[in-house]
Design a protein around this ligand. Structure first.
Ligand code: FAD
Length: 278
């Protein structure tokens, strides 16, 4: 297996740095190939701006979506972005590792997504019509690959439980797991979350490291989060509303988009078939 680990912590001697090393060592011990994109160490540029699109006319209005599409189509993205796209295409599995900062990923990692997930690569893929709203949410360029998060949090696990004051961790991570990873096609594995880390001592580290090693050993076999596929029949197209007979009656919110009870109305139509009829 080929694994890309995107690491977003400014200090290699941090807890995150130590856990990153544990993950890499275990993956390599299992015979997997690992590439690491160490965003702070690499000086990753996190903001999208005109410098990302050198072919844009100096006096032209900068429209990020249009510029991204044009540059991707013309193979004119900047070299750092092209290298990360190549890494993503190379890897069977993507791991994003970060400390939870303000209930989200650090800005440098969000900037990696903003710049690397280009139009035509991660979004704007496939047929957009009244019958089909593109290849996304389980389909798309990165379909067939796996992805997961490694996250450390200062807060207690209970605070992130379904009735915890911070909100459920699955809800907080939904925009990343579903909106960023499932969107361009990934099968998303349950996140590896470590709680209450700011009080960590020597004795706390080894059990967590062992739990992480175990997750790395099961990367290929663990069951993904059962997100519904956009084009699998669960959603009305083009309104993209979940069909009323699916999900618990009266239920709202992120959990609706997981097929926890296995109620999907029909299996996803193979992309090749859709292409044939398009
Ligand atoms: P470190 O600070 O490097 O280490 C944490 C502890 O682990 C330390 O006690 C250290 O001694 C110990 N340790 C480190 N390495 C080892 C090792 N190899 N062996 C044994 N012990 C070790 N938390 C939330 O829950 N929700 C939030 O929204 C949130 N927002 C934040 C926003 C900001 C801007 C910041 C700075 C923090 C926030 N936090 C939040 C807390 C944050 O999630 C934690 O500080 C972070 O996850 C800790 O990870 P680290 O790698 O930086 O740990």
């Amino acid at each position: 297996m080929k694994v890309l680990l995107v690491f977003a912590h400014p200090e290699p001697r941090s807890l995150n740095g130590a856990l990153c090393n544990v993950a890499i060592r275990e993956l390599e011990a299992q015979g997997h190939e690992v590439r690491v994109s160490d965003l702070y160490a690499d000086g990753w540029k996190s903001e999208v701006d005109r410098a990302d699109f050198p072919s844009l006319a100096p006096d032209g209005r900068f429209i990020p979506v249009a510029a991204s599409k044009k540059a991707f189509d013309a193979n004119a993205l900047t070299e750092d972005v092209k290298a990360e796209i190549e890494n993503l295409l190379w890897a069977d599995t993507l791991i994003l590792q970060f400390p939870l900062w303000w209930f989200a990923m650090p800005a440098i990692l969000k900037g990696w997504v903003d710049r690397v997930f280009a139009y035509g690569f991660a979004y704007g893929v496939g047929e957009h019509s009244d019958r089909r709203w593109g290849d996304r949410y389980g389909e798309g360029t990165l379909a067939g690959k796996r992805a997961m998060l490694i996250v450390t949090a200062g807060g207690w696990e209970e605070h992130y439980a379904p009735r915890g004051v911070n909100g459920p961790i699955d809800d907080l991570l939904f925009p990343i797991n579903h909106g960023i990873l499932h969107y361009p096609g990934y099968d998303v594995l349950p996140p590896f979350v470590v709680y209450r880390v700011d009080r960590f001592g020597e004795a706390d580290f080894e059990p967590v490291a062992e739990r992480l090693r175990e997750r790395m050993r099961t990367l290929e076999t663990i069951r993904p989060i059962p997100y519904r596929r956009q084009n699998g029949g669960d959603y009305h197209i083009p309104s993209m509303q979940l069909r009323p007979e699916l999900g618990d009656p009266g239920a709202t919110g992120f959990a609706l988009h997981e097929d926890r009870a296995g109620t999907t109305v029909k299996p996803a139509t193979p992309r090749s078939t859709l292409r044939d009829v398009a």
